[in-house]
Design a protein around this ligand. Sequence first.
Ligand code: PGA
Ligand code: ZN
Length: 425
Amino acid sequence: MAEITRIDLWQALDSRGTPTVAARVHIGSHAATAIAPSGASTGSHEALFLRDGKTSFDGLGVTDAIATFTKEVVPALIGITGNDFFELDRTLRSFDSTPTQSRYGGHIPVAITLATWLAYAKRAHVQPYEVIAQHVGAKSSLPLPMINIFSGGAHAGRAIDLQDILAIPTLASTFQEGLEWIWKIREEAKKILAKKGFDVSLVADEGGLTGKLSGDEEAIALVADAIENAKLTGKAHIALDIAASQLFDGKNYVVHESGAEVRLDSTSFVARWRGWITEYPIISVEDGAAEDDEEGWSEQSQLTSQVQVLGDDRYATQLNRLRLGIGKSEANSILIKPNQAGTLFAALSTLKEAKAHRWNTVVSARSGDTEESWLADLATGSGAGQIKVGSTHRSERTSKWNRLLELSHDRVTPFNTERALNRFI
Ligand code: PGA
Ligand code: ZN
């Protein structure tokens, strides 16, 4: 018997110390736990994280939400087969069919569906990634990592406007080698930043370095110099997460140059980072326009042959939003965050659709994450190609890297950079 026999829910903490939901799902005598991650630069199209808004944790508590869900929804989930992700999703949506799961939020469903997957893997005596590979119909392979070096935006007190400047070990031949290259780049970036007088012991939400530099370009140049100093020019490249929704006031983008506020329309904003991709070894740009800025996304569509144009807030891991993007050919890749979709099944459906249209897929953690490592199995089993977890620092990040190192040790097929990013190098 592989049916769900019991579900326990309780309030836990994420890596920012903010309350979140933990779910333990029992399948007969096997049980597994999963904790919902949560974002800081959340998009308006993603599944909601509903908080109680009462006195507990100054309104951030989730115990009321858990009590309501346990009473109203959980009984209907008992008896569903552990690997029937579709039926679990269908049943959950029969209680809340709104696109952003506005009735109960996506935080409880995502924790339950992830824990069900992990409990089922235990029950079937297989690795979690193997269950995902079978569901997706993919060949498991380790993902190529994009790793945060310097943080700004909502993850670092707005030290700079850009949210993430990341490095990708594009020409590494193994996962271990790639991780060591990025470690070197971070060390070199640290030296440069220390010389500029910044405190390099302080890290941002995702473990990245940070500091109030003169503006975004100084930070990009710093990471480019770090790649050069690490003697990895041409072997490692830069990815940006501009997180442009955070900078858009509905009409203009508000950015800062040497302390002064600058307002740019969509065309000038895209032109600004278009200039950077010709100047620096940037091969991937995430959320280069705000989530609903049609003009900005249409501008970006001209760059899909030059860089990985990656959508996060724009698609919010939602199948129908991805389909709109594919129809407009406005990008060539999508971030996959399970909690944006609200259930594991929904996240995997979006990933499969992207792959079917030859879009690159980047499985991603959140800025408020947890010590769990299932994201590594999700990226590996789905053959996503890429993963984004944050820095090499902090345990909620290293849990994923360490799991990938374990899978690498177990000889899971390594990533294939050629396929994913070669055309942009
Ligand atoms: P978030 O940031 O988890 O705060 O949304 C991650 C991202 O924007 O990719
Ligand atoms: Zn993002």
